[in-house]
Design a protein around this ligand. Sequence first.
Ligand SMILES: Cc1ncc(C[n+]2csc(CCOP(=O)(O)OP(=O)(O)O)c2C)c(N)n1
Length: 631
Amino acid sequence: MVEVQALAVEKVTELARQFRVDSIRSTTAAGSGHPTSSMSAADLMAVLMTGYLKYDFDRPDYAYNDRLIFSKGHACPLLYSMYKAAGAIDDKELMSLRKFGSRLEGHPVPKIIPWVDVATGSLGQGLALGVGMALNGKYLDKLDYKVWVLLGDSEMAEGSVWEAMACASHYKLDNLVGILDMNRLGQRGETALGWNSHAYAERAKAFGCHVIEIDGHDLKQIDDAYKAAVKVQGQPVLIIAKTEKGHGIPLTANQDNWHGKPLSAEQAQEAIKLLGGESSITIKVAAPPQMPAKAQLSAEITGSGKYAAPHYSAPAATREAYGDALKALGTAYADVVVIDAEVSNSTYAEKFAKAFLDRYFEMFIAEQLMVGVGLGLGTRGKKAFASTFAAFLSRAYDFIRMGAISRGTIKLCGSHAGCSIGADGPSQMALEDIAMMRAIHGSTVLYPSDAVSTARLVEAMYHLDGISYMRTTREKTKLLYKEDETFPIGGSKVLYSSKDDAVTLIAAGITLHECVKAYEELKSQGINVRVIDLYSVKPIDVKTLETAAKETGHLVVVEDHWPEGGLGDAVLDAFAAQPPSRGEKISSKKMPNVVKIAVREMPGSGAPHELMDAAGISAPHIVATVKALLG
Ligand SMILES: Cc1ncc(C[n+]2csc(CCOP(=O)(O)OP(=O)(O)O)c2C)c(N)n1
């Protein structure tokens, strides 16, 4: 490690000074932003950048690079100032902060900015994402890189930070270093703990961290802290740095009411003068180790490359097929990683865990952490499958939403969907998960009805980028398909159809089997209905639905979900006109008669069939609805 010597101190001081000036300049030019949140951490980042960070800005995806996460994403004027100092962006671009069309958005976003791995700005998420990257470094790729995470002190009130710390110490992530910028202030005033470094330290120690307390404006102390941090073994590190928000100029240093406010042009001019003026020094960031010529990263080991779908000859729960499919995927591809929130014997992720313990990470009952870790693994090229009861994914919704902003990739599986789970009662029933997952930008939502289609769709998920979601069912369901059937994303299956169909029944999961029963009953009464398996809820098979609408007029959608946002709304949306784009005409689709059969009253406990009957989503209710429709 490079020590901050007498000469280097001058350089680091100059760099930190430039960071403060550039944070002020860019936010004043933008007319908004967070200069004071940037100024408190300027010294911490200046020492990191000159002495410890190993990063090749020309190869942001290079596997040996350290990773740097600004969990306090609003301090991105500082991050962007670092990019300028590294020569990655020029001053002109820095000054485009927050402007329409600029890469430098108000909070950092990956892909748009190549050196950002994960979107931050919703506080409390950075450390969990860092845990995913650190798990990859230590246990999967087995590379020596460090994951540095800059945290705000007000952000420490988020439980997800502590979920991440507990997990990091459980997995002995000594490659993870949290840097807590304890500037006493949050947005509206003082944080609960103010400058009580001791309280943070005791808590972090209790969570298994190696803690180092320093003055975050003393370059020597910062350097000593990093020097010690990189040597710690078997524990994650938290550096608690006492800082001043707005440090550097009397106008803002440790002053209330400066959060998220730029300086006026006059104030900025005065401040920049006080700080010693504008500059554009660049520094050479230390290079990461060169990849050995014949390096075999585990990501490059491809496994057999052949997915051997599991075989089924009897009814099986789709949740169990999910586990079988994961195991088959694990054999085929070495980059499959599975995580679960302490319910792997219910979601059946345990089938993978038993076969590939080295690629399974237990997240315990910490769903936010689980999603963050999965996304973090995704940034390092791993195909992370994360599972829990679908109901509990709602706790992690903000992480999922941020994952979409990250343009991140994670494969989610929610088991125990709907009232059909039975006796456990409504606390365990996901009745809003489809709505939730459909609303994620760019998501894929899959809902298989039998084991064969589940096994195929899990394979399809492996190949998908972005946020994908599979809803599985607790109960065993009959096999509907032969093993050679294919299930393209965006497709559907017409199980029964005739030219005399008077109504189309549309469903997925357990209610599809109720529709099949209804079909048989109606047929015995001389009524023909079409039955569609809507296994791909998003994207949806508009063409097949349009044909069904044209040929049968009535679409009856049956789902074990609340009526809001589920399958029924997905079908309705397939017929809604889109606004004209690029001069296209608004397509005028004929709206069919859509009936939504969904769960409308709060379920209780009981047998699955009792609850489905009580909710009005079982075959007799479907039959009655069809007959009512036909008068
Ligand atoms: C989950 C979440 N809640 C609220 C906010 C709004 N917010 C943005 S910054 C901030 C204060 C952050 O204070 P701190 O973490 O101490 O960072 P500082 O700016 O003081 O360095 C708040 C409340 C947010 N971005 N995310």
